[in-house]
Design a protein around this ligand. Structure first.
Ligand code: ATP
Length: 230
């Protein structure tokens, strides 16, 4: 499903190129739930951005769902992100001037789906994340946990084969964090959506099948979560 071969990422800095990722080989199977863990600055978010086609590697190749990201032009990468990947961020990244329903339906509208279809899909998604009744509210009127569930509904709108979640529980209290993890686990199991989640929280990582550890831009180990899976 996801295949990284010798992937490096350099950022130019005043002191020269900084290697945020160094020659990483990573393979993730379809339907896996992966947690990426590692110290601050180890390259976790950079890795997620490369897999999601938000940025390009300096060296190496990445394929997702049989698509070689290196071979896509800018327009094709935008379509890849919109149609294949659902992004979930620590700070939700909802658009504050849009209602919950408009936020969830954003990609569908960008893909020019008919309004009636968007409405029906958005309603179903909001039911799915237990937020029916909040469709016409604005993000600022919702709790953090509710906003994150809106963000997950938005991520699901295009039926992605992959969800990339960067610290999805980082801003949430324990209960809301657990609810978000349960939701991700359910989507993983029931819809077979592959999930790659960056987290600092060992408790959150227990939701995953496998933990990949990164230090200083390199994969340094991994463990399978066998019996621990929630
Ligand atoms: N645009 C950039 N320009 C220069 N350096 C960058 C840029 N983005 C990230 N870096 C550097 O690359 C390294 C990896 O950053 P990254 O955000 O991937 O780490 P992380 O593991 O996600 O960290 P955290 O857990 O703190 O979010 C860091 O040292 C960071 O300072």
């Amino acid at each position: 499903m996801i295949c990284l071969e010798k992937v490096s990422k350099f950022y130019p800095t005043e002191a020269g190129n900084y290697a945020a990722l160094k020659e990483n080989d990573i393979h993730i199977r379809k339907g896996e739930f992966i947690a990426i863990m590692g110290p601050s600055g180890s390259g976790k978010s950079t890795l997620l951005q490369l897999i999601g086609g938000l940025d390009e590697p300096s060296f190496g190749s990445i394929s997702v769902d049989g698509i070689q990201l290196n071979e896509l032009n800018e327009k094709q990468r935008t379509l890849f992100r919109r149609e294949k990947v659902g992004f979930v961020f620590q700070n939700y990244q909802l658009l504050p001037m849009m209602t919950v329903a408009e936020n969830v339906g954003l990609s569908l509208a960008a893909n020019k789906a008919p309004k009636s279809e968007i409405k029906a899909i958005v309603q179903r998604l909001l039911e799915d994340v237990n937020l029916e009744g909040k469709a016409s509210q604005f993000p600022s009127q919702l709790s953090g946990g509710q906003q994150q569930r809106v963000a997950i509904a938005r991520a699901l709108a295009m039926k992605p084969s992959l969800i990339l979640a960067d610290e999805p529980t980082g801003n949430l209290d324990r209960k809301n964090g657990e609810d978000v993890l349960k939701l991700l686990s359910r989507l993983n199991k029931e819809e077979q959506i592959t999930i790659v989640m960056v987290t600092h929280d060992p408790q959150a990582a227990k939701a995953a099948d496998r933990i990949i550890r990164i230090e200083d831009g390199e994969v340094v180990g991994e463990e399978t979560n066998g019996g621990n899976r929630q």
